[in-house]
Design a protein around this ligand. Structure first.
Ligand SMILES: Cc1cc2nc3c(=O)[nH]c(=O)nc-3n(C[C@H](O)[C@H](O)[C@H](O)COP(=O)(O)OP(=O)(O)OC[C@H]3O[C@@H](n4cnc5c(N)ncnc54)[C@H](O)[C@@H]3O)c2cc1C
Length: 416
């Protein structure tokens, strides 16, 4: 009997869910495979922000200046486990190379092609899946405790100027007029009118998958263990329980695990986990925040999401295996209490996730350079929610052979 072989998408996170849904919406037969419930990976616990101004190159000079302080202070916003750090040397050397002025400009140009359309694409996706309610009306305030911190953060404003993003600088009473809950200790704030947030990122993935299913796609629980391929290209994926799924188009959107598949396919990618934490504060502890808050100097956010208030962020370079260091999550809550003195921390849960991060900040959105029919979507780092809908569109373009909606040259897998 002749059957249509599905396009297999591995990984039901925000990017994978959006890709599978978009392919189904274009009439393709799609099978979305995940080892756990869709949206339970890193996409579950992120800070829910559509951070359209967040595409600065991580390797920019202002990062380098702070690095010595971060490396000796275990409570710094960015830390590396001394036992793990030697394994990161190859990644770090590439990070160093991504710090050249010309390369920084290229990285930010590439990020801007995704970020400047991200909100529009997310609105379009939410409308298509019947979930516009998942987009907040509220936007975001970026906080600075001192004039000096604001001056040091000017490169983000310069980035927004360069790419035409709107913002408004507030100070003194104007800050409290916008967000009365904020401490008077905050000297300056930047209003980011495009940085809406999602009222529950886990539900966002669930709604994408439900829409994909309504359009004939299938969601399957299973661990992808191996990819079969030969000179003609990909032919099947094998699950750990022995199931074999024949396919001639495979999208690898498995977050950190994508690196394992890429290595097996002979095209390794330098993916590292930037571990991050959140504390979800549920009623009655939460506060009626009008905005989501981001505090770049302390690398954390506060977002009203998932039925409460979520406090999270932090970057910890310590690999996939090491147990969470919950002290980092608690430190963020202390920062949040400083910014929001009325915050009551009672009914809480803590979470850690793995941001899949490439040393040059931008994701891989690419056809394989070696195996026909294989495509990669990973390395979304701090912006996997922000870039989710756009990733869905451009990857569906690639997989179906349409000219991509944005130039994907900077996102090729063979750039490393
Ligand atoms: C603390 C924190 C805050 C963040 N805040 C924001 C934010 O405000 N805005 C923003 O845009 N981004 C944010 N991010 C980043 C964002 O969450 C990530 O970029 C995004 O979730 C990555 O999605 P992913 O699908 O690549 O990975 P994941 O969500 O981890 O999904 C990968 C999926 O692949 C599956 N998988 C892996 N291996 C296999 C296998 N062998 N077989 C089957 N399935 C497999 C996993 O089960 C998982 O579900 C934040 C991240 C963190 C940690």
């Amino acid at each position: 009997m002749q059957t249509t072989r599905p396009i297999v998408v591995v990984g039901a996170g925000l990017p994978g869910g959006a890709i599978a849904r978009e392919l189904a919406a274009r009439g393709e037969t799609v099978l979305l495979v995940d080892r756990q419930e869709p949206g339970r990976g890193t996409s579950y616990g992120n800070m829910a922000s559509i951070a359209v101004n967040g595409f600065d190159a991580a390797s920019r000079p202002s990062t380098w200046k702070k690095l010595p302080f971060w490396m000796i202070n275990p409570d710094a916003p960015v830390t590396a486990d001394p036992l793990y750090a030697p394994r990161m040397i190859p990644w770090f050397l590439r990070f160093l190379a991504a710090g050249r002025p010309q390369r920084i400009r290229e990285i930010e140009d590439a990020g801007a092609t995704l970020a400047t359309r991200a909100l529009g694409d997310i609105r379009g996706l939410l409308a298509a899946i019947g979930a516009p309610d998942l987009l907040s009306e509220a936007t975001c305030l970026q906080l600075y405790e001192t004039e000096r911190a604001f001056a040091e953060g000017r490169d983000n404003l310069a980035l927004m100027d360069r790419y035409g993003l709107d913002y408004d600088v507030l100070e003194g009473p104007a800050i409290r007029a916008h967000e009365p809950l904020l401490s008077p200790a905050i000297a300056k704030a930047v209003l980011l009118p495009q940085n809406h947030f999602i009222t529950d990122p886990f539900r966002f993935v669930g709604r994408m998958v439900a829409d994909m299913q309504r359009r004939g796609g299938t969601s399957l629980t299973g661990v992808v263990a191996r990819i079969e391929h030969d000179l003609r290209g990909v032919s099947a994926v094998l699950l750990s329980d022995g199931r074999r799924i024949e396919t001639d188009r495979l999208v690898l959107a498995a977050g950190m695990e994508t690196a394992t598949f890429a290595r097996a396919l002979g095209e390794p990618i330098p993916l590292e986990t930037e571990r991050g934490y959140h504390t979800q504060i549920m009623p009655p502890g939460g506060t009626d925040l009008r905005y989501s808050l981001i505090w770049p100097e302390r690398a954390f956010m506060v977002t009203p999401t998932a039925g409460g208030i979520r406090v999270g962020g932090s970057v910890e370079m310590a690999g996939l295996a090491r147990a969470p260091n919950w002290r980092r999550a608690r430190l963020l809550v202390e920062h949040a209490k400083f910014a929001l003195p009325s915050l009551k921390v009672e009914n809480v849960s803590e979470w850690m996730g793995h941001r899949p991060a490439l040393p040059d900040t931008i994701p891989v959105l690419s056809a394989s350079a070696r195996t026909r029919g294989v495509f990669y979507a990973t390395g979304h780092g701090h912006l996997g929610l922000t870039y989710s809908a756009t990733t869905g569109i451009v990857m569906a373009d690639l997989v179906t052979g349409r000219p991509p909606a944005v130039d994907l040259t900077p996102f090729r897998i063979d750039r490393f």
